[in-house]
Ligand binder design. Structure first.
Ligand SMILES: [Zn+2]
Length: 206
């Protein structure tokens, strides 16, 4: 069975091209504006936030394709924001790239543990390389991604209801945790084809 989910978050889909939507989270206004310009020039759709709290809010509402965030910020730092993103089904699969002015080993280890896709040290990386590295994340993805369907996630109940999915969150065949597989079928209107699958035995839940 295939469901269609329409996410009607505030998105400006006026252009015909399927742009990659990036959320830039940083409290340094000058730096943020510089990246806004660079990513817009590279044909990205750009959303910004000034700290982790705002970043979390924007991520939930805008469902960006990728998040580029600083670490040290007021109210909520980058790591706390990433931890919160991982706890929600709809945001847990969004790739995150960290931007730091320090290449501290402990930050690198923490980032790797959180599944951060790339760790960019500012100053040693030219802005255009940042765009290239982030763009490269989408070459293989092809608009398809899988999310762990955690029953403990804040939006799990709502999502399960929308998908007419009332059974157990575990595979009936092998007891493995089920995943939500989303495929972006209409980038302009952000229509996804959604299936609940078992990553272990491949069963598609009907
Ligand atoms: Zn299974």
């Amino acid at each position: 069975m295939v469901w269609e989910l329409i996410f009607v978050a505030s998105r400006s889909s006026k252009t015909k091209m399927a742009k990659i939507k990036i959320l830039i989270v940083d409290d340094d206004i000058e730096l943020r504006e510089m990246y806004v310009e660079i990513f817009q020039n590279a044909n990205f759709e750009v959303v910004v936030a000034g700290d982790g709290v705002e970043g979390l809010d924007r991520a939930t509402k805008d469902l960006p394709d990728v998040i580029f965030t600083g670490i040290v910020m007021p109210r909520m730092d980058g790591f706390s924001m990433i931890e919160s993103l991982k706890k929600t089904v709809m945001t847990s699969g969004i790739p995150v790239v960290i931007s730091s002015h320090m290449g501290r080993e402990e930050d690198n280890i923490r980032a790797a543990k959180l599944g951060v896709k790339d760790f960019i040290v500012r100053g040693t990386t030219r802005p255009i390389e940042v765009v290239e590295r982030i763009s490269s994340l989408f070459v293989e993805a092809g608009g398809e991604y899988e999310l762990e369907f955690s029953p403990y996630a804040k939006d799990a109940q709502k999502l399960a209801k929308e998908l007419n999915f009332q059974a157990s969150y575990l595979c009936l065949d092998c007891n493995e945790k089920l995943m939500l597989k989303l495929k972006l079928t209409n980038p302009k209107d952000r229509v996804f084809e959604a299936k609940i699958i078992c990553p272990n035995c491949g069963a598609v839940v009907k």
